[in-house]
Design a protein around this ligand. Structure first.
Ligand code: F6R
Length: 605
């Protein structure tokens, strides 16, 4: 998604803006641009494609201003070309925007009637025109305030003005914006990660508010243009693992970190001497919870689905998993005795955040499971449970998924023991099994070569299916999502029992099919479904902990995962499905860390 940077300093800012934009590249984007103020004139430079292209433009035609704004754009309104790239400037102002202005068509017509003309197809340009118009008869504060009041939709903005040569303005509604404090310079950025190399002192602009950055101070205003104070946080550098090191790409690094991710997460939550899970202050006492609702998008939704199976397995609670974009608009009977759990790596996903806000408005009890602790979901949840995965840069979520599973599993066991739904003996055994998981993940990670071999089968495939039953079904869904997003091959994740109800018609000679068949209580049924696929010519990649040779002659390839408690096979099944997507994408020369059309942090609806 789009990323914003703004800097006011006592030195030239363009190099710092470029390096902050590079930090935002992971979000996914298709064009980039920068505006600086030089000798009282706005200089705008932008291009389609990567920040590297913009850097080349700046190399040939350097910008020396000591204040400026920069942007990486993920197209929503208008194709990703140079004209639609941000900033959008008039002679008087230059604007970068993240979000969607929902009334842009109406505003466009209104300002066209006033005699203004538009250069781009974007919704953002109306902001430029409105600011330019209001500036004619208003001071700075009133100009910003009046402009923001007319906008509908979501936005984070960075603005510079020709006639105000000592300041940068930031504003937000819906989309996040961080403010960073330096020595004789101050910053805005779409997230604190973009600013991390320049400062660790951060504030977060509240919804509806705006700020004015000067090099020696930052002023904050609420939606009634009243000056307000803001708390400053110090970010820790502890998890500064956002470098690729010797890895080819971030995704392979992040896949390989998953043993560490689970270990760290378990250590953070488990008091080993007492065998207790440190999840305190649940917003609803475990015994009093009526139902649990889990909400997320994409991979985070698959974590929710996994937790649904766990909660059903170990507690007597009713549970539902929902896709956030559906949950936010459904006429769900919201109940104050239910616990609402929001899962999000970034903590900024627009739909998940809106679903959380819906719950907050109804005074419901909420819990956020996030990776980014400073995120909006973390700040708005009654209880925050971090996954401790460190920065995840590859667009395809891997180590965050494993982190989410770890926290959700621990939360399930905590609720189960507090409600006395499981005995203390069973609880101790389950904890012991979980503590072995990091080593078993490590063992599975070492078998990457096996998957590398089989990946060739998928390069020319028209499509593929991932089949699983029970606790393996959410991982089948996740496997299909990973393959789709990374290698652009159509893939479906299906409950194996559903095959006969339609999808079996897709199976034809040579079609690769992935079957997740750990030896759990669903094993025999899954094997029957697998036989039906083989009988119709499907080439099966079976992922299992079954060591017997029974099926060997019929299946194309068997990937062996280590044996563990059948409720947590999902941790181990995850590794080969991630490797498979990775290696197919690699063979197809796809951009592993930045798949086409996708964004890391989906801050628009
Ligand atoms: C897939 C993927 C996405 C995200 C989804 C939610 O690999 O990364 O499906 O899981 O966009 O993002 P977060 O977790 O940041 O809310």
């Amino acid at each position: 998604m789009c990323g914003i940077v703004g800097i006011v300093s006592n030195k030239s800012v363009s190099a710092s803006i470029i390096s902050a934009l590079k930090k935002l590249e992971y979000r996914g984007y298709d064009s980039a641009g920068i505006s600086t103020l030089i000798n009282g004139q706005i200089k705008e430079q932008k291009c389609s494609g990567r920040v590297d292209n913009l850097e080349k433009i700046l190399f040939q035609n350097p910008s020396s201003g000591d204040l400026g704004i920069g942007h990486v754009r993920w197209a929503t309104h208008g194709v990703p070309n140079q004209v639609n790239a941000h900033p959008h400037s008039s002679e008087a102002v230059s604007v970068v925007h993240n979000g969607i202005i929902e009334n842009s068509d109406t505003l466009r017509n209104e300002y066209k009637d006033k005699g203004y003309s538009f250069k781009s197809q974007t919704d953002t340009e109306v902001i430029t025109i409105m600011l330019t118009d209001f500036l004619k008869q208003n001071d700075l504060i009133n100009c910003i305030h009046k402009t923001l009041k007319k906008l509908e939709g979501s936005f984070a903005l960075g603005i510079i003005f020709k006639d105000y040569n000592n300041l940068v303005v930031g504003a937000r509604r819906g989309s996040p914006l961080a403010v960073g404090y330096g020595h004789n310079e101050n910053f805005i950025g779409s997230d604190s990660y973009a600013l991390k190399s320049m400062t660790n002192k951060i504030s977060y602009l509240d919804d509806g508010n705006f700020c004015i950055l000067y090099k020696e101070k930052v002023e904050f205003y609420n939606s009634d243009k009243k000056k307000i104070n803001k708390e400053i946080f110090e970010l820790s550098y502890e998890d500064n693992t956002a470098e690729k090191g010797d890895y080819r790409d971030f995704m392979s690094k992040e896949i390989n970190e998953q043993s560490y991710t689970t270990k760290k997460c378990i250590n953070e939550y488990l008091n080993t001497s007492k065998n207790e899970i440190n999840i305190l202050n649940l917003p609803l006492e475990a015994k009093k919870i009526r139902k649990i609702r889990l909400i997320g998008c994409g991979t985070a939704y698959h974590s929710c689905l996994m937790a649904k199976y766990w909660i059903e397995e170990f507690t007597s609670l009713d549970v539902d998993a929902d896709i956030a974009s559906e949950f936010r608009y459904r006429r769900i009977k919201l109940d104050p005795n239910d616990l609402y759990i929001f899962v999000s790596q970034s903590g900024e996903t627009a739909d998940t955040l809106a679903a959380l806000e819906k719950c907050k408005k109804n005074n419901l009890k909420t819990c956020g499971i996030v990776n980014v602790l400073e995120s909006s979901i973390a700040r708005n949840s009654d209880l925050v449970l971090p996954i401790h995965a460190g920065p995840e840069i590859g667009v395809a979520s891997t180590k965050a998924f494993i982190g989410q599973l770890t926290v959700l599993y621990l939360l399930t066991l905590k609720i189960a023991i507090d409600r006395k739904d499981i005995s203390s003996e069973e609880y101790s055994k389950l904890i012991l099994d979980l503590r072995n998981i990091p080593d078993l993940i490590e063992e599975t990670l070492n078998k990457q070569k096996d998957i590398q071999e089989i990946a060739r089968d998928f390069i020319k495939a028209k499509g593929t299916m991932y089949l699983g039953r029970g606790l393996s079904f959410p991982i089948a869904m996740e496997g299909a999502l990973k393959l789709k997003e990374l290698s652009y091959i159509h893939a479906e994740g299906y409950a194996a029992g559903e095959m006969k109800h339609g999808p079996l018609a897709l199976i034809e000679d040579g079609m690769p099919v992935i079957v997740l068949a750990p030896k759990d209580r669903f094993y025999e049924k899954t094997i029957s479904n697998m036989q039906e696929v083989i009988a119709r010519g499907g080439k099966v990649l079976m992922i299992t902990d079954d060591t017997s040779e029974t099926m060997s002659e019929n299946i194309r390839f068997k990937f062996q995962i280590p044996k563990t408690n059948s409720s947590i096979n999902s941790f181990l099944l995850t590794i080969p499905i991630q490797f498979l997507a990775y290696h197919v994408a690699l063979l197809k020369n796809c951009d592993i860390d930045k798949p086409r059309n996708l964004a890391k942090s989906v801050t628009v609806e």
